[in-house]
Structure formats: structure tokens, C-alpha cells
Design a protein around this ligand. Structure first.
Ligand SMILES: Cc1cc2nc3c(=O)[nH]c(=O)nc-3n(C[C@H](O)[C@H](O)[C@H](O)COP(=O)(O)OP(=O)(O)OC[C@H]3O[C@@H](n4cnc5c(N)ncnc54)[C@H](O)[C@@H]3O)c2cc1C
Length: 437
């Protein structure tokens, strides 16, 4: 366990932060000493969150990535218990050959178990399986006043505050999760090109009934918002549980010049991506890793956005508000001539983990990636916030670096209930921004 001074940033690279201290515990008992640190502390994983929820300017960051041991895995029941620093992508080799899979995985495999719990992450199967927190059986939690095991049945609200609790209720030392059965390591994929956003919503609703995984990619530069809906089920034609040796992603060796990702480059990329799916086979068998984590083909692709970084905006619009707000947001983006490099639309189902600050609710979720162009972008996103808030929706904190305190508090009315469970010695740059301003 050591201390050092350096500037940290998360995936979007906005903002930077300089913690006063950094700890890298390698053994579980070191966590007890960390939790008596002088500055407010915050445990972090691989810092794949986009904004400032995994930053702690002026405080202590507890880097959990060296706590990466699997405690147990039962081949019969699929119950896995492992240190919070274990990376989801590293678990595949252990569980897939035995016919099990992580119940919920995000768009990148480079996420720790602790990060998956603390953001209550969702994946392409939300309409069937809910969030990661729906599958967590127990958590080893270290708080400044001591350590304990928390479960849904026995720990009530502290458990619900910890699921999606942004690391503020204690250090998650280990996680026990129920994996899901699979009969193949391949996914049968159906790609459906659509010519407008409305059709994407229709195809998603239709496919949610017959497919375990669904997501739509949308071309925001195109005037109607054409795109492709990707739907998948675990394969029934291949019963092989082995996967090809995973290849490391291609590294991006330097920061691209600011402006490389702009309207022109996004239009070109979108045109090629759409054409590829428009004219190639609609059905294919894919290995699970490229299907779930296509962006991992490039390491550090965030460097393509240059030193100014990027801002991801992800919101959910509740079912009752319909699809119009999504169309309105996309129209606002087009009118401002902003280009989102990667735009993803998905339906959220009704399963809820109970997490007090958990993001998903039944409805439509839209995620947009923008180069950080400063004031004009922030003004646009403020207007999007207003629209989302009026519908009763909210934005995803894991992606946020800019929402105002009053807006966050209106979107997450359980925040005061949540506050009761924060460890008094813990804090984050994000929490100070949204709760204290
Ligand atoms: C390319 C890409 C695609 C993504 N796709 C999705 C997606 O599809 N769905 C989705 O939900 N998210 C998605 N994300 C976001 C990502 O899944 C979350 O931000 C996730 O929490 C990151 O995990 P991490 O280990 O990097 O945690 P960090 O980013 O380091 O931390 C995230 C939060 O967890 C807390 N935390 C981390 N470890 C601990 C611990 N041991 N104890 C207590 N608190 C802890 C931190 O304090 C912080 O608040 C994506 C991110 C990227 C970069």
C-alpha cells in the first residue's frame, strides 16, 4: 500500500482531479486501515465511469484493482464470490467453460465487480434480467466504523443504498453473485436496419419479446435518424463452450488532435456502418466477447477525442412519456449541429434492484457521445436535462460530469434517504458537486 500525487481522470477525461493520497491495498485486512485515512476516501475500480463519480479531488482514492482474487465458484449452482477488484472480462475464462455467464454485462468488459455494484450497471438484457444488483446475493462491506456482510434480506436499506450507491456507503471488499446458465459461448445475432428512430423503437419493442439481448445504434447526423437494431440470443445451433483466444484491443498510442471526432468524421463513420449492415447478412453467429463488448476492439479509444476529452449523455425517459422526448432530444442535437459519435437506444424493463440511486426505470434509454466542445455543448445538455426532468426521467450518474445539484436532486428524489447511509468518512468529487451545490 503506497501513496503518490498525480492527476487522475476517468474515461471521458473531463474533469481532471488531484487526490491528496492514493492507496493500493493488496490484502483485504489493509482495508480496515484505509478506512481510517485522514481525508475523505473513495474506493475506485478501473475508472471506466465517464465523469467525476470515481474521482475524489483533495481526498484519498483507494484503488481496488490489486484485490483481485476469486474466493469460490460453485459449478453446480453458479454462485461466484470474488474480491471487488476482479475484472468482469477476467471471469469469463473461469465460468464460461462450465456453462455459466455473468448475469449482466456492460458495453466494456473492463469493469470491476465493485464498480458493477456501485453503479448498478445494466446491459443489453435489461428487459429480461434487470441490473447487476438484481443478481447480487451478498456484499462484504468495510465502513469506517467496522466491516460486515450485507444482504437484501438482512440489511434492508443499507443494501439498497450500496447497490448503485456510487461507492459512498463503504468499501465493497467482495461480492457474491448468482451467474446465469448458458449452453453455448456463441450468440445468434440478428441485425435489422431501420430508416428512422421511430422504427428503432418499434423493432426494439417487438424484439424484446423474442430476444434476450437488444440494442439499437442510431445515426444522429442523418435527418430521420436511421440505424441498426442488434438483437441476440445465446446460440442453439452451437453447443461449444470454448471461445477463440481473446485478442487484446488495438492500442491508440497518442491523443488525437482536438476536432478529429467532429461532424464530418462522424458522418463518414455512420455512413459506412449503416451500409455495412444494410448490405450484409442479417443473421450471424458471433463470439460473446465481440458481441457484448465491440468497443474493446480498440484500447483507450477515448484518446480519439483528444485532450479535451468527451462527454457522454445518457438519460431514461419513462414509458408513460412515450417516444416523443427521444425524438425531441435528437432534433435538438441535430439543430445545434452537434455530432454524437456513438448513439445507442434501448428499452429498459420493469425489474428493479431496489437500489436507491439506481438509474434504470421502465422506458427508453438514450446514450450520446460528444467531443467536449465546451459551453455550447453544456448549454445543449442543460436543455436536454430540463426535457428529461419534465418527463419524470433521469440521467445516468456513471456518465455524468456536469449536471447541476438541483437537477440531480429532482431526478433522484431518494437522494436524501440515501444520504443517511453514507459513511461519514467517504466522499467523491461527484457527490460534493451534486449534493452540496
Ligand atoms: C466503453 C464503455 C461502455 C460502457 N457501457 C456501459 C453499459 O452498457 N451499461 C452500464 O451500466 N455502464 C456502462 N459503462 C459504465 C461502466 O460500466 C461503469 O461506469 C462501471 O461502474 C465502471 O466500473 P469500474 O470498475 O471502472 O468502476 P469505477 O469507474 O472506478 O467506479 C465507479 C463507481 O464505483 C465505485 N466503486 C468502484 N469500486 C468500488 C469498491 N470496491 N467499493 C466501493 N465503491 C466502488 C466508485 O467509487 C465509483 O463511484 C460503460 C463504460 C465504458 C467505458
Amino acid at each position: 500500500m503506497g501513496g503518490e500525487m498525480r492527476t487522475y481522470h476517468t474515461w471521458g477525461r473531463v474533469p481532471d482531479s488531484t487526490p491528496a493520497g492514493v492507496r493500493l491495498p493488496a490484502w483485504a485486512d489493509e482495508l480496515d486501515r484505509v478506512s481510517t485515512a485522514e481525508q475523505p476516501f473513495l474506493a475506485v475500480g478501473l475508472q471506466r465511469s465517464y465523469g467525476d463519480s470515481a474521482l475524489n479531488n483533495g481526498g484519498t482514492l483507494v484503488d481496488m484493482t490489486a484485490l483481485d482474487r476469486v474466493h469460490s465458484f460453485d459449478h453446480e449452482t453458479g454462485i461466484l464470490r470474488a474480491d471487488a477488484g476482479v475484472v468482469l472480462g477476467d471471469l469469463y475464462g473461469l465460468i464460461v467453460p462450465h456453462g455459466w455467464f455473468i448475469p449482466v454485462v456492460p458495453g466494456t468488459q473492463f469493469v470491476t465487480l465493485g464498480g458493477a455494484v456501485a453503479n448498478d450497471i445494466h446491459g443489453k438484457n435489461h428487459h429480461r434480467h434487470g441490473t447487476f444488483g438484481c443478481h447480487v446475493r451478498a456484499i462484504g462491506l468495510v465502513r469506517s466504523e467496522g466491516r460486515g456482510v450485507i444482504t437484501q434480506d438482512e440489511s434492508g436499506e443499507l443494501f439498497r443504498a450500496t447497490i448503485g450507491g456510487l461507492g459512498l456507503t463503504g468499501i465493497i471488499a467482495w461480492v457474491e453473485v448468482q451467474c446465469v446458465r448458458i449452453a453455448s459461448a456463441k450468440v445468434s445475432v440478428t441485425n435489422t436496419p431501420i430508416d428512422r428512430v421511430g422504427s428503432a423503437v418499434d423493432v426494439l419493442s417487438e424484439h424484446d419479446a423474442g430476444y434476450e439481448f437488444t440494442v439499437a445504434w442510431i445515426d444522429t447526423v442523418h435527418h430521420r435518424g436511421r440505424g441498426v437494431v442488434h438483437s441476440g440470443n445465446w446460440s442453439t445451433t452451437s453447443d461449444s463452450l470454448t471461445e477463440p483466444t481473446p485478442k487484446p484491443g488495438l492500442p491508440i498510442p497518442f491523443d488525437a488532435p482536438n476536432g478529429l471526432v467532429g461532424r464530418w468524421s462522424v458522418s463518414m463513420f455512420n455512413m459506412l456502418w449503416y451500409a455495412r449492415h444494410r448490405w450484409s447478412a442479417r443473421h450471424a453467429e458471433a463470439s460473446f466477447r465481440p458481441f457484448f463488448h465491440p468497443l474493446d476492439m480498440l484500447q483507450n479509444w477515448n484518446r480519439l477525442y483528444g485532450r479535451r476529452g468527451m462527454v457522454q449523455y445518457q438519460c431514461v425517459i419513462p414509458t408513460a412519456a412515450g417516444r416523443q422526448p427521444i425524438e425531441d432530444i435528437l432534433t435538438m442535437v441535430r439543430k445545434e449541429r452537434m455530432a454524437s459519435f456513438l448513439t445507442v437506444l434501448k428499452t429498459f424493463g420493469g425489474l428493479h434492484s431496489g437500489g436507491l440511486l439506481s438509474f434504470p426505470m421502465p422506458g427508453l434509454t438514450l446514450a450520446l457521445d460528444f467531443p467536449n466542445t465546451g459551453a455550447a455543448l453544456y448549454a445543449l445538455l442543460d436543455r436536454c436535462d430540463e426535457l428529461v426532468r419534465e418527463t419524470g426521467g433521469r440521467i445516468y450518474v456513471a456518465k455524468d460530469c456536469r449536471v447541476s445539484g438541483p437537477t440531480f436532486r429532482a431526478m433522484y428524489p431518494a437522494w436524501e434517504q440515501f444520504r443517511e447511509h453514507i459513511d461519514p468518512k467517504m466522499s467523491s468529487s461527484w457527490w460534493r458537486r451534486v449534493a452540496e451545490t
